[in-house]
Design a protein around this ligand. Structure first.
Ligand SMILES: [Zn+2]
Length: 279
């Protein structure tokens, strides 16, 4: 599943490709996604000119000059493909085609857990999908105090807590392990026992790890691709994820035979951590 850095990379890729183009034609070949695409989606978003691009958690928002905004989520398997206008033939699972003055965007989603829809730009925060979405990691309102306060009610382990999109939006399974490693916090600690000072390190680590991933174009795991078909390569920079038994950067955690980075399972998801550096 694309995580926040991949979604940011996809958003930047679309913006670079078509910028403030005019939407000239929208073809919906399949409406049944996680949520059915509104019957009037095509007429609400076309014709219109693209005014701005935003990301909220893992949602891409494209604001249009007619007061509507497109909300786009990649789900598990969704991807956006880009084509020159005269160079596009629909293939299997190409469900939504958006032709603009600068090029064609195609939403391809074999499993259809993603979705695309629109709503009035002024009402975006009230959308069912976004109303329960937590604070974005790059939102200035996410501070050590804010995180510390939010964790007080959580008795669950910090790692699965970080995956809760109602807490902070957009942290997925890979980066949760990397963030806790960067902060030096053990993933099994109870969330409400993380100190205010540690919350400061956690907020910094969230931003550092996600920024580095965005700068490197996101991870390439499973079948994730950037819009232009090229691949991200952040996985080369993972410190602990998928590295069970190895030693983490600059650490002696594998010195006694049989140790090294540990893999555990928390709430059904793999977690990786260094038992030496993470307390
Ligand atoms: Zn280590």
């Amino acid at each position: 599943m694309p995580e926040l850095p991949e979604v940011e990379t996809i958003k930047n890729g679309i913006q670079k490709f078509i910028g403030n183009a005019e939407i000239r034609e929208v073809i919906v070949r399949e409406r049944r996604f996680r949520k059915e695409i509104s019957a009037d989606f095509e007429t609400k978003v076309c014709p219109a000119k693209i005014a701005d691009y935003r990301r909220i958690g893992k949602y891409i928002i494209i604001d249009l000059d007619n007061g509507q905004s497109i909300i786009w989520h990649m789900g598990m398997s969704g991807r956006i493909k880009t084509f020159d206008n005269d160079n596009f033939e629909p293939k299997k699972h190409d469900h939504v085609i958006i032709r603009t003055s600068a090029g064609t965007l195609v939403f391809n989603d074999p499993r259809r857990f993603g979705f695309i829809d629109c709503c009035p730009s002024a009402k975006i925060a009230e959308q069912a999908e976004l109303v329960h979405t937590g604070i974005d990691p790059f939102d200035d309102r996410l501070t050590a105090d804010c995180l510390h306060e939010r964790l007080q009610k959580r008795k669950t382990a910090i790692k699965p807590t970080l995956l809760d999109q109602k807490l902070v939006a957009g942290i997925g399974n890979i980066y949760a392990s990397e963030i806790l490693f960067a902060a030096g916090i053990r993933p099994t600690r109870a969330a409400n026992r993380i100190s205010r000072k540690e919350c400061g390190r956690l907020v910094d680590s969230i931003r550092i790890v996600l920024s580095r991933a965005i700068a490197n174009g996101g991870s390439t795991l499973h079948d994730y691709h950037k819009p232009d078909g090229s691949l991200g390569y952040f996985q080369n920079f993972h410190c602990v994820y998928n590295k069970a038994g190895q030693h983490c950067p600059g650490c002696t955690c594998n010195a006694p035979a049989g140790s090294g980075i540990r893999k555990i399972v928390q709430e059904g998801r793999s977690t990786f951590y260094c038992p030496v550096k993470q307390k």
